[in-house]
Design a protein around this ligand. Structure first.
Ligand SMILES: [Zn+2]
Length: 355
């Protein structure tokens, strides 16, 4: 289907795809440090926040749009590599536009900007990866959620090497988390680790999905072998009711694996963040795209994307109207916890798929 788009930003060709910045060493002994002058220099001298270009208004013809993968961290707790990534792949001037001089995002500006891009619901991701990208703390997301709880929902996160998983998960679910996101590639752990099973049990019981980063990353220090979706096969077997979202859809060497898993398990979904829409037919060339897309969930990895509405329209262009509506909003609303429900698109053939 065709969306109406009034944004001439270039189509995104993938965050992390060409990042080549030195590994940060400024994260401190604990790895969970606060701001340091070494780490945080987002604005070149002479620039000022809010000086970025205004984004063009973009509309997708009345289709509810959920962006399931958005990062709005406090810049002071991140590695320089992450800040550079946002500069390299995001809209021009985005850091100056949305974040203040202290590296804190401005909820009002963010709300305005997402409304302008036609995003009805944005799921805000946190991450605890001190050896790679730094810390994106769950609690730092809460002022944004409080500003507009209809548009912004937090996603829980922890690192089993740093946290007591159950305690953190329970706390963050209590604060309204719509899912749990785990980052085995930056966080340095495997998602089939039995220490995570109690958390998976809680999620399964409460019908809250787990989102797993399944794609290579070029951030220095990444443990890319942990991105293999097949690592999750025991988890799928042991938790047949647990909804599992494969973020980045197997980016790198595992597109076929991710697609096969999504088609053969009702509970497994592919989330599209970081994948340039125009390349989706190539990435999943061995599959019937219209059928596979019934298991897709739209996401951007914002701010590592030049135009959310443009990406959404490019995804919609690949698909029939009903499937596009499911991918852009309906599937997310049916998979994530606490989002308004929409009628599901029949996933029919996926359950008869043999792989
Ligand atoms: Zn991300």
């Amino acid at each position: 289907m065709k969306g109406t788009v009034v944004d001439n930003a270039a189509v995104h060709f993938g965050p992390h795809s060409s990042l080549d910045t030195p590994r940060t060493t400024g994260l401190g002994a604990s790895g969970l440090t606060g701001p340091t002058s070494q780490q945080f220099q987002p604005f070149p001298s002479g620039s000022s926040p809010r000086a970025g270009r205004a984004l063009g208004a973009t509309v997708l013809d009345g289709i509810p749009l959920v962006d399931a993968h958005v990062h709005v961290p406090n810049l002071a707790t991140l590695s320089p590599a992450w800040v550079q990534w946002a500069r390299d792949f995001g809209p021009d001037g985005i850091l100056e536009d949305v974040w203040d001089e202290d590296g804190v995002p401005c909820p009002e500006r963010l709300d305005e900007l997402f409304a302008d891009q036609g995003v009805d619901v944005a799921l805000l991701i946190c991450e605890y990866s001190p050896n790679v990208t730094g810390t994106q703390a769950f609690d730092d997301l809460l002022p944004i959620v409080e500003h507009n709880p209809k548009r912004f929902r937090p996603v829980a996160g922890f690192n089993p090497l740093l946290h007591q998983p159950i305690a953190e998960l329970e706390r963050q679910l209590g604060l309204g988390a719509a899912a749990l996101k785990l980052h085995p590639v930056h966080g340095g752990f495997r998602c089939d680790d039995r220490s995570l099973y109690p958390a998976y049990h809680v999620l399964q019981e409460r019908q809250v999905p787990v989102v797993i980063h399944c794609g290579t990353s070029t951030f220095p220090g990444s443990i890319n072998e942990n991105a293999d979706p097949q690592i999750l096969l025991p988890v799928i077997r042991d938790f047949p009711g647990l909804k599992i979202v494969l973020a980045h859809g197997g980016r790198g060497g595992w597109y076929d694996t991710a697609a096969s898993m999504a088609l053969s398990h009702e509970t497994v979904w592919i989330e599209l963040s970081g994948l340039p829409p125009k390349r989706l037919p190539d990435y999943y060339a061995g599959f019937d795209l219209g059928r596979l897309a019934r298991k897709w969930i739209f996401g951007t990895d914002w701010p590592g994307v030049p135009g959310t509405a443009k990406n959404a329209a490019a995804v919609a262009d690949l698909l029939a109207d009903d499937v596009a509506a499911a991918v852009l909003g309906g599937n997310a609303r049916n998979v994530y916890a606490g989002l308004p429900r929409l009628p599901a698109v029949d996933a029919g053939p996926s359950q008869r798929m043999e792989v």
